[in-house]
Design a binder for this molecule. Structure first.
Ligand code: NAP
Length: 295
């Protein structure tokens, strides 16, 4: 089924592999906006025009970006995946654009004393007006169809991208999402909180709440940096009662390792409830109710 603009529905008609590395589609950059203040890490909202392409995507899918040039071995650069940060309709509602949330990777190199620059992230962050190459991929991180579904969304940093797309879809484009939505968002500082204005605006919906973990500005009672799993632990009774409903879906996106800590607090709760977390999580994965995309 398609929606009013002919975009694919979330009924399983997921568009996959319309374009490949060997047969890439070209998009035009129509926006590149810095999301973080000067003096902090450079995170950008890059908007692409997909006009002329058969490209279709759903919230939660990723796009392949093929940086130009060759790697250190003289081979063509490999594609890198980024989650769509817009809903299928694009930020302008035309259904012909998409946007990505990209952090410029620049890391000090201890051995050389120089810096490592991430190839794809620097390519994207430096784009002005030009072309990039697209490959659709990823199928598992999709929204459930039923608008009565509850969503628990756990994000760190640019891992907010697919959740921004989810929220724009469910509150901006669908007729009415009645399920509960809890967003836990971990960022270093308040100043670096990506899309805060948008995330706050959904508070007008009765079923929505967002909780932040500002790791470099807040501490737990035992003096640790505050992360999303700490925030979940503080609200565990509510989270647990939601998670035990068959209509609740848990999504984790962002930094590798965050899922272990989230599993840790959930395992602790499961133990206290006399349940086996590993079995429970397996059931949730089988039922499509536990999704994790961390890199
Ligand atoms: P970041 O700014 O380095 O970190 C975001 C927050 O996560 C910080 O508050 C950080 O705390 C915290 N954090 C660090 N380790 C954690 C852990 N084990 N558990 C919970 N929180 C933790 O994040 P980023 O550079 O934006 O990186 C986001 C990650 O998401 C990247 O690995 C990226 O590949 C991945 N991702 C991106 C996309 C996309 O479309 N762009 C999609 C999916 C996944 P401290 O640093 O203060 O300790």
């Amino acid at each position: 089924m398609a929606d009013a603009l002919g975009r694919p529905g979330s009924d399983g008609a997921v568009p996959l592999n319309l374009y490949r590395v060997s047969r890439p589609g070209m998009s035009r950059v129509i926006g590149n906006e810095r999301l973080t203040p000067e003096g902090y890490e450079d995170v950008r909202h890059v908007t692409l025009d997909l006009s002329g392409l058969k490209y279709r995507y759903l919230e939660g899918q990723s796009i392949g970006v093929l940086p130009p040039g060759v790697d250190e071995n003289g081979r063509p650069q490999k594609l890198r995946l980024y989650s769509f940060a817009s809903s299928r309709m694009g930020d302008d509602g035309s259904g012909r654009t998409t946007s990505l949330c990209v952090k410029r990777v620049v890391l000090p190199e201890a051995e050389t004393g120089g810096v490592f620059r991430g190839v794809a992230s620097n390519f994207l962050c430096d784009l002005r007006l030009g072309e990039t190459v697209l490959i659709p991929a990823g199928r598992t991180f999709l929204l459930p169809d039923d608008p009565a579904s509850n969503l628990i969304l756990m994000a760190t940093g640019t891992g907010i991208a697919p959740f921004r797309a989810f929220l724009r879809r469910i509150y901006g484009e669908l007729p009415g999402w009645t399920g509960q939505v809890r967003l836990y968002f971990g960022v270093r500082t308040r100043a670096e909180c990506l899309y805060r204005h948008e995330l706050e605006s959904y508070r007008a919906w009765p079923g929505y709440d967002v909780v932040y973990a500002h790791s470099r500005e807040e501490r737990t009672e035992s003096g640790e940096r505050v992360y999303v799993h700490h925030r979940m632990a503080e609200r565990m009774d509510e989270a647990w009662s939601l998670l035990n409903q068959s209509t609740t879906y848990l999504y984790i996106c962002g930094i590798k390792g965050m899922e272990d800590r989230i599993d840790g607090v959930l395992a602790e709760k499961a133990r206290a409830e006399g349940r086996d977390w590993d079995l429970l999580r397996e059931d949730w994965i089988d039922a499509g109710r536990y999704h994790c995309e961390t890199y």
